[in-house]
Design a protein around this ligand. Structure first.
Ligand SMILES: Cc1cc2nc3c(=O)[nH]c(=O)nc-3n(C[C@H](O)[C@H](O)[C@H](O)COP(=O)(O)O)c2cc1C
Length: 422
């Protein structure tokens, strides 16, 4: 059963009337018959986990906020600057009323007086789509702007700008630099007020939970991860796209049955299950069920659901270097340890690729990652380490070959093909 993606008749934004036609805003309208605490209780009981990457229980954040006597804020995080991630933009572009209803319900539950839609500045379509949805909802008298301030904010197009405290800095007119925690945003957020920050997809789950009840939600997915999740398969797949699946669905079903595997029947050697900040898994991980716990037990994570397969002819040193360079570029530079770690990974991998180092460099990388653990004001420092360490563990021979000869079987084959083509 789809929670987020009702059958779409066209490639266009769902209008208010279409949304109402499929039961949209029923939850919001009926929520006025409940106390805010009952809405919070429903979300707690649903077991909803955040879809922003860390899978933190949403209800726990809501409970923390409810206890505060101060004026509260809600932020819908549509920063989505991670390479290969598309799901939030997709929801905002095509189902803005689903996101808006989720935000209105969340705001009512935590008694927020201000809502921010924090949307990547590059997503003009998402901003326009939400703006029109807001207008339509206002015209239909669904929103009373006098009691709830709602603004759409331009999020800087920088990876770290999606981190929750960097986002708070932006809302306060400052550059996107993460804050030291604690205090966490639920205690001390926008202008010192308790602030609930959720990913767009998390918010889009709320209407179903309130309309159908926590029990119905729990009937989908698994006991540890109820509900569905959006998975994005990139253009490397035979059938790329965004797929909504219940947690617990076998990964093989997504990759083979829905995605059709890599295009042109290519085989693959590694899986990057949830974006560049997740650890690589071997091809055999196709037998895993898509659930946070199962992936964590295997040393990785579902992250934001943007799944990538690494083709069999790809050199893992090159693939890992590309990711390390991304993190070196995107580290905001505030924490010396993060700056050093991300830059050192990129430099070390470049040296390995060209064979300009000895085997000891692999141990140095592992020692640096261990030293950096638990440091830094945000988790970018840990995100950068996951793909590097897992690549070293699973594909060490690629690294050893490059260190010994400056190339590997796959790079040599690629060079031969390129030379022959010239
Ligand atoms: C470097 C970095 C970038 C992040 N970018 C995003 C983002 O673009 N969107 C998002 O929802 N969460 C992002 N997060 C996670 C947020 O800090 C926060 O945990 C999330 O918005 C909470 O939402 P959730 O509870 O719905 O998962 C990022 C975290 C880090 C460390």
């Amino acid at each position: 059963m789809n929670i987020l993606l009702p059958e779409k008749r066209s490639n266009q934004r769902e209008t208010l009337q279409e949304c109402i036609g499929r039961g949209g805003y029923l939850a919001f309208r009926s929520s006025f018959q409940s106390e805010p605490s009952q809405l919070v209780a429903a979300v707690v009981a649903s077991g909803l986990q955040g879809r922003g990457g860390a899978a933190f229980p949403a209800g726990r954040k809501w409970q923390l906020l409810r206890g505060s006597p101060f004026e509260r804020c809600l932020v819908v995080n549509g920063g989505e600057d991670e390479p290969g991630s598309r799901k939030d933009r997709f929801l905002m572009d095509y189902f803005p009323h689903l996101v808006l209803e989720g935000a209105l319900l969340s705001a009512r539950a935590i008694c927020a007086s201000q809502v921010f839609f924090y949307i990547n500045e590059k997503f003009e379509c998402s901003q326009g789509s939400l703006k029109r949805a807001l207008q339509e909802a206002e015209d239909e008298r669904l929103i009373d702007r006098a009691s709830l301030r709602i603004v759409i904010v331009n999020a800087p197009s920088a990876y770290v700008a999606g981190e929750d405290t960097a986002l708070l800095e932006v809302l306060e007119g400052k550059p996107p630099i993460p804050r030291k925690k604690p205090p966490y945003p639920v205690e001390y957020g926008y202008e010192g007020r308790p602030t609930l920050i959720h990913n767009v997809e998390t918010i889009a789950n709320i209407p179903f939970i309130i309309r159908e009840g926590a029990e119905s939600y729990r009937r989908i997915g698994t006991p540890a991860s109820p509900g569905t999740m959006l998975f994005y398969l990139d253009e490397e797949f035979s059938r790329p796209g965004i797929y909504e699946l219940p947690f617990g669905t076998p990964l093989r079903f997504l990759v083979e049955d829905l995605g059709g595997g890599l295009s042109h029947g290519r085989s693959f050697r590694a899986i990057l299950p949830g974006g560049p900040s997740t650890a690589f898994l071997p091809a055999s991980a196709l037998s895993l069920r898509m659930e946070h716990k199962a992936f964590q037990e295997n040393g990785s994570s579902l992250g934001c659901g943007n799944l990538r397969l690494i083709p069999s002819d790809a050199c893992m040193v090159k693939v890992t270097l590309e990711i390390a360079e991304f993190f070196a570029r995107e580290s905001c530079g505030k924490c010396p340890q993060c700056r050093m770690e991300t830059n050192t990974f990129a430099v070390a991998l470049r040296k390995i690729l060209s064979g300009a180092a000895n085997l000891g460099i692999l141990e140095q990388i592992e020692r640096l990652a261990a030293f950096s653990r638990g440091k830094g004001d945000c988790s970018l420092i840990h995100m950068a380490a996951a793909p590097v360490l897992s690549a070293l563990k699973l594909f060490k021979t690629d690294f050893e070959c490059h260190l010994n000869s400056g190339t590997c079987e796959r790079c040599a084959r690629h060079d031969r093909v390129t030379t022959a083509g010239n």
